[in-house]
Design a protein around this ligand. Sequence first.
Ligand code: UDX
Length: 475
Amino acid sequence: MKITCIGAGYVGGPTMAMIALKCPHITVTVYDLSTERIAAWNSDKLPIYEPGLEEVVFQCRGKNLFFTTDESAIANGDIIFIAVNTPTKTYGVGKGHAADLKYIESCSRKIAELVKSGHKVVVEKSTVPVRCSVAIRKILSSYASSTSTATFSILSNPEFLAEGTAISDLSNPDRVLIGGDQDALGLESIEKLASVYANWVPDKKILRTNLWSSELSKLAANAFLAQRISSINSISCICEATGADVDEVARAIGTDTRLGPKFLKASVGFGGSCFQKDILNLVYLAQCLNLPEVAAYWETVVTMNEYQRRRFAEKIIRSMFDTVGGKSIAIFGFAFKKDTGDTRESSAITVCAKLLEEGAVLNIYDPKVTMEMIKLELEYLISDERTRKLIATNVKLFDSALGASKGAHAIVVLTEWDEFITANYAEHYEQMVKPAFFFDGRCLLDQRQLQSIGFQTFVIGKASPALRDEFFYGN
Ligand code: UDX
């Protein structure tokens, strides 16, 4: 059997590498139109960082795993995956909410142009709105002609991997979801794809559904996960005001087996390429279906997230006597979570932009993020000319946490990298301007220990009576 995949990104690359690893009898070819990206996949330095990914790619590449920019390879697949971007639309109808399906459409057209005969199983791997497969089917069938006898089945097979744990998620998934038509050909196609996963996933974990259920389940799963974070973050605000401790509350809630302990860590807000995009997509879908109450319900998950980011940045500014202008602030972490260099929708972008607006000097340290990405993200978010100018002068990247905190007035933890838990904060404190502030946006550290070193502290979801005394204006 041959498998091809269009899109060598965060989903296509690792997923295809895992299929190649687990199915040595299958030839897997990943196509992307970016020559740069494909060159990176073919080099020693892969275009994305994922623990364990290099080992898998290096083991299979050149044997049964290939990366190419040659589009003619697409038609060779018995199964053709579509794993391209579906970002939120930034223009026109549905701007700011709907998924931009232009890449899905162009892929469908490409497949229709290239495949002239035989039966192909086309798999939506990208996260798409419900009934997107109808559009793909229409495009594919519209190319049928005297010169093309090709036929197609469309399946939905959403990917649930999380960044940073992609390889373990792929090798031991909670479930594999395959949706398809419920007629004979559709069911046969579902089993064809299921037989690929069956090489390493137990059958009881391979869920078969109709197309729409599968498409909707991906959006719903991400919405539910994000909702848990917004829920615990809303509780974190109450904790700070009352003296309850958000970690204790999360533990108490999470021991209820109906709720479970995962995804209850309060934070400066969720980031990443999926949660916000997929919820907004769900909101748009509900609006289009004339379900305004449903749309409003899910929109609050994003509103809460934005509030949490803004609230944290404002807390920093207020605690530091309402003036951070010209003060160096050490930013610990810029990625949207640990173990990834990905900055998409990271809460760090909003917090840094707010501090920059106030004229702060940002000494950023993140073990995986480049200066180029930081600048791109800030430039994308900041529209005000005066603040944009400060990106060039006030944003500095350091190659160690100690370098970043030297001479700084505050440490702000924005990503939960392990090294921030084990750091010697007494050493940091020594080299900082006093009073030295510590703002923990990830509930990583023991507030009392930091206070015993001498820090003025604020940890999300924990009361900080000392800081409250510093406020000039309200709380
Ligand atoms: C998510 C889903 O988990 C995955 O199933 C889907 O396929 C893609 O979207 P990902 O975006 O890689 O994966 O990261 P995830 O680990 O889910 O974290 C998302 C954000 O939520 C991060 O910013 C993380 O720091 C934050 N988070 C997560 C919290 O703030 N608290 C938590 O308890 C968990």
